[in-house]
Design a protein around this ligand. Structure first.
Ligand SMILES: Cc1ncc(C[n+]2csc(CCOP(=O)(O)OP(=O)(O)O)c2C)c(N)n1
Length: 588
């Protein structure tokens, strides 16, 4: 077949298709999201968004137990959510092959922490493949299904942002046909993990890893690339590319399987060198295991443990000197902090929360930007779904007057991911905090994916739409209000009233994301500022809208200005201006 250029994520989707995968399930999360968005183009695969990563893994497990090959994908923190089924799946093993793709995010390009998923491979005793480019992403995904069935285990495929989002050459292969042997099989000793069965399976898990570690010493994915210097390097993943670039003469042991490690191969390789580096991003996973074998290496004493490696960082760590950049430029680039889009329906809510001096327990989504000045209206942000539990907890330790200030904010996708449990707890245990569900009808932050609250599937088909009001009512919330967040005054008044209420109440602010992919928006002409009416009070600037800027040279004290190309006509600024300085452009 023709070679092609694919991103790592596109290549993983291709590899899954080639492996005859029948079921793919995921919850979006950068940098893993595009895998499922690409898989949907292979009609032989039943691909779907799950409401969270635990459910997506459980769907994959079910498909595997039914005899099909299944792919499950998530970002690194998703594994925390899916960890419960994962650890027991390690014991049951599989029927159809199961590959769990986990995409790590060194440097936190779009994440709340930098955890290294290789720890999960060791912790859950699940083998892990780690590709170094798109072709390996394709080939290792395919291989992962073979290993999964050969060793009766789920298999991790670890990617990182650089692998997932960089493009390189891929050599697609003919796809296999999906299994024809799906169906129900009763095998409680394998699939029912009660103590009596699980105790025995634990022995199988340990034996499987030992067998794999020895077998992996002779496999082509763990290979030695001979060099000419007296330096040896053990590496894997994207770090392999940096090692090749910075130390082109070194001998390299490239590991494609990063758990379990091929100890015999490592020992044979290490014996040949006085000077041995382990170059790996984030945690010293390989390094510590190699040291435990009694082999001296240079690892995290030389290379940084935090952040991404780059060729420059690797070179500097080795030589102590700053490497010359691949390209340079003289211009000073303007600082562009992230901000909510013009017309974002979340803006007015945070404007109101700021004015009301609420203490806001936050969550993860576009709305996390509510913590940024000038809105400055978010005080905590821990993980998806945490806002509601955090509000309950903090309320418990506050005097009644202070308690009123506590408001939890959470997006619609995040509420259905893991927020609903917190709300259940809130009602059950008599909390008093106010919860705002910011319903923009999409999973905005990761690129506008559908979820059960949008009523559309991954494939774009209409489906059942969860009724958020009904859901809140069903867990016992008595006070539920729905409001349009563009209505600034009403939104603020409603929040103020509900904050006073000594009972749980939920406010659903409902308006579609400005970038919504289905055209459900009322787009309006842009606004302008009438310089004769602008008093330079700067109230509009407190909205933090990227379409509004300050023109210091205009008038005596300066004037506000609207960028017509950015403005989407939401009109929120018009409502903030007490002097009627904002008007709608004619003839648009
Ligand atoms: C466990 C976990 N899974 C996935 C993500 C990636 N992620 C961050 S926020 C978010 C959802 C955002 O959607 P929503 O709550 O509707 O808010 P919006 O961005 O639309 O305002 C996702 C999927 C994550 N941070 N953690």
């Amino acid at each position: 077949m023709e070679k092609t250029i694919l991103s790592g994520n596109e290549a993983i989707a291709r590899g899954a298709f080639e492996a005859g995968v029948m079921v793919a399930s995921a919850y979006p999360g950068t940098p893993s999201t595009e895998i499922l968005e690409n898989i949907v183009h292979y009609p032989s695969i039943d691909a779907s968004w799950a409401p969270n990563e635990k459910v997506s893994l459980e769907v994959g497990i079910g498909a595997s137990f039914g005899g099909a090959r299944a792919l499950v994908t998530m970002k690194h923190v998703g594994v925390n959510v899916a960890a419960d089924p994962l650890f027991t799946l390690s014991y049951t093993g599989v029927r159809g092959g199961l590959v769990l793709v986990v995409a790590d995010d060194p440097e936190l390009h779009s994440s709340q922490n930098e955890q290294d998923s290789r720890n999960y491979a060791r912790f859950a005793k699940v083998p892990m493949l780690e590709p170094s480019d798109s072709e390996e992403a394709r080939a290792y995904t395919r291989l992962g299904f073979e290993l999964s069935e050969q060793f009766d285990t789920p298999v991790f495929l670890r990617s990182t942002t650089r692998i997932s989002h960089s493009k390189s050459i891929v050599f697609p292969q003919e796809p296999l046909s999906p299994s024809t042997e799906t169906g129900l099989v009763k095998d409680p000793a394998k699939f029912v993990m009660l103590p009596g069965n699980a105790r025995k399976r634990h022995y199988d898990v340990e034996a499987r890893l030992e067998k794999m570690a020895e077998w992996a010493c002779d496999q082509p994915f763990n290979r030695i690339e001979e060099g000419t210097s007296d330096i040896g390097v053990i590496t894997s993943g994207i770090s392999y590319q940096y090692a090749k670039e910075v130390l082109p003469e070194a001998h390299i042991l490239k590991l494609g399987l990063v758990h379990p490690l091929p100890k015999r191969l490592i020992r044979e390789f290490a014996e040949r060198f006085e000077w041995l580096y382990v170059i790996e991003e984030l945690d010293p996973i390989i390094e510590e295991q190699v040291r435990a074998m009694g082999i001296a290496v240079k690892g995290k004493d030389t290379f940084p443990i935090c952040g991404e490696l780059t060729p420059g960082r690797v070179a500097k760590a080795i030589s102590g000197k700053e490497a010359s950049p691949a390209f340079s430029h003289d211009e000073v680039l303007p600082n562009r902090p992230p901000s909510m889009c013009p017309g974002c329906p979340h803006r007015g809510v945070f404007f109101g929360l700021n004015r009301l001096k609420a203490f806001v327990t936050g969550d993860i989504g576009c709305y996390t930007l509510g913590f940024m000045p000038p809105l400055s209206a978010m005080d905590t942000c821990v993980c998806m779904g945490a806002s509601i539990g955090n509000a309950t907890g903090i309320s418990k330790v506050l005097p009644p007057e202070e308690r009123k200030r506590v408001v939890a904010v959470i997006g619609d996708s995040t509420f259905l991911h893991t927020g609903i449990n917190g709300l259940m707890d809130m009602v059950y245990n008599d909390s008093t905090a106010t919860v705002i569900i910011l319903d923009n009808s999409t999973t905005g932050m990761t690129g506008r994916q559908d979820h059960p609250g949008t009523g559309y599937t991954l494939g774009g088909e209409k489906s059942y739409q969860v009724d958020l009001e009904g859901l809140c009512r069903s867990v016992g919330v008595k006070h539920i209000h729905t409001i349009d967040p563009y209505d600034l005054d009403e939104t603020r008044d409603l929040i103020r009233r509900e904050m006073e209420r000594p009972e749980v109440s939920v406010i659903i602010t409902r308006r579609a994301c400005m970038l919504h992919k289905r055209d459900i928006l009322e787009r309006k002409p842009p606004l302008f500022v009438d310089p004769d009416k602008c008093t330079a009070c700067k109230a509009c600037l407190r909205l933090g809208c990227p379409a509004i800027s300050w023109e210091p040279e205009a008038g005596e004290k300066g004037k506000a200005q609207v960028n017509r190309l950015l403005c989407v006509g939401c009109g929120v600024c018009e409502k903030v201006c007490k002097f009627g300085a904002f008007g709608v452009c004619d003839g648009e």
